[in-house]
Design a protein around this ligand. Structure first.
Ligand code: AMP
Length: 283
C-alpha cells in the first residue's frame, strides 16, 4: 500500500489505473479506524479493481472546536490495518492540500441535510458535502462506500452526486456493531468505562421502539417513552429521536412507508448517533 499526501501523485496514480481500464472504489474516513471502517474497505475491494482509503479530519465539518481538537488520530496504526486489508492507496492529505489559500467554494445540499444532525450542527453537512465532492473528483472514484451509521450523511452524499453529475456510484454499508449492540464509532474511544456500559442502551431502546411502532403503536408516544427511557438509563441528553422515511428522510408521523428511527444523544461531552430500520409493512 502506498501512502499519498499530495494531489499530483494521486492524479498520476489514478490516471495510470484508469488508462489500464481499472475501476476505483473509495472509502472516505476521518481515521481512527475500527472494524466498521474496515468492513467498508472489504466491500470496496470486492466492488472495484483498486481501493483508495482517504483519511482526512475535515475541519470544515466540525461545528465544535473542542470536538475537532479531541478527535482521535492514529495514522500509523490505521496504515498498518489498511495494509493488512490490502488497500492500494491511503490518501492522507494535509488541510492545505484540500483547502489551499484562497479556497472559497461551499456546497450546500438543502432538503435532506435539514433537521436531525443538520439542525444541531450548523454548517456540518456543508463541510461534508464540499469535502466529499472534492475527494470523489480527486480520486476519480467509480464507486464510494459510506456507512449507514451516518444515515443522514449517506442521503446528503447520494443527493450531492445526483445533483452535480458526479460519476461515482454511492454504496451504503450496514452499521457494524459491538457484540452488545453499540454502533462502532471513533468517538467511542473517548467514553469512560462507566459511560461505555451505558452506551449500548441507545441501540437497545431505539430497536425496542422500532419494534413497537412496527406492531402498530402510535409513533409520537412511543418515541417520547423511548426518549425518557434513554435519559433515565444514564444519557445526559437526547438531542433528537425521530422517525423519517427511508426514501427521502421526510418526517413520518405514522408508519405509512419504509422508515428509520434516527437518534443523537450525549454521554457527558460525547455525542453518539445511531439509527434503526422500522420493520414495514405494519400489521
Ligand atoms: P468517519 O471516519 O467516522 O467519518 O466514518 C467514515 C465512514 O465509515 C463513514 O461512511 C461512516 O458512515 C462509516 N462508519 C463509521 N462507523 C461505522 C459503523 N459502525 N458501521 C458502518 N460504517 C461506519
Amino acid at each position: 500500500m502506498r501512502t499519498i499526501r499530495d494531489l499530483s501523485s494521486l492524479s498520476e496514480t489514478v490516471g495510470a489505473w484508469k488508462k489500464g481500464g481499472e475501476t476505483i472504489a473509495v472509502v472516505p474516513t476521518m481515521g481512527a479506524l475500527h472494524e466498521g471502517h474496515l468492513s467498508l474497505v472489504r466491500m470496496a475491494k470486492n466492488s472495484a479493481d483498486r481501493t483508495i482509503v482517504t483519511i482526512f479530519v475535515n475541519p470544515t465539518q466540525f461545528n465544535n472546536p473542542s470536538d475537532l481538537e479531541l478527535y482521535p488520530r492514529s495514522e500509523a496504526q490505521d496504515a498498518a490495518l489498511l495494509e493488512l486489508e490490502g488497500a492500494d492507496v491511503l490518501f492522507a492529505p494535509a488541510a492545505t492540500e484540500i483547502y489551499p489559500d484562497g479556497f472559497s467554494t461551499k456546497i450546500s445540499v438543502s432538503g435532506v441535510s435539514e433537521g436531525l444532525c443538520g439542525a444541531f450542527r450548523p454548517g456540518h453537512f456543508d463541510g461534508v458535502a464540499t469535502v466529499v465532492a472534492k475527494l470523489l473528483l480527486m480520486t476519480q472514484a467509480d464507486k464510494a462506500i459510506f456507512g449507514e451509521k451516518d444515515y443522514q450523511q449517506l442521503h446528503v452524499v447520494r443527493r450531492l452526486v445526483r445533483d452535480l453529475n458526479i460519476r461515482s456510484e454511492i454504496i451504503g454499508h450496514p452499521t457494524v456493531r459491538e457484540a452488545d449492540g453499540l454502533a462502532l464509532s471513533s468517538r467511542n474511544l473517548r467514553l469512560t468505562p462507566a459511560q461505555r456500559k451505558i452506551a449500548p442502551k441507545l441501540a437497545a431502546f431505539i430497536s425496542e421502539a422500532a419494534g413497537k411502532i412496527a406492531q402498530g403503536r402510535p409513533v409520537a408516544s412511543t418515541l417520547l417513552q423511548a426518549r425518557c427511557a434513554i435519559e433515565a438509563s444514564g444519557f445526559d441528553k437526547v438531542e433528537y429521536l425521530e422517525m423519517r422515511a427511508e426514501k427521502d428522510l421526510k418526517p413520518l408521523p405514522a408508519l405509512t412507508e419504509p422508515a428509520r428511527l434516527l437518534v443523537a444523544a450525549f454521554l457527558g461531552e460525547i455525542r453518539l448517533i445511531d439509527n434503526m430500520i422500522v420493520p414495514f409493512p405494519a400489521r
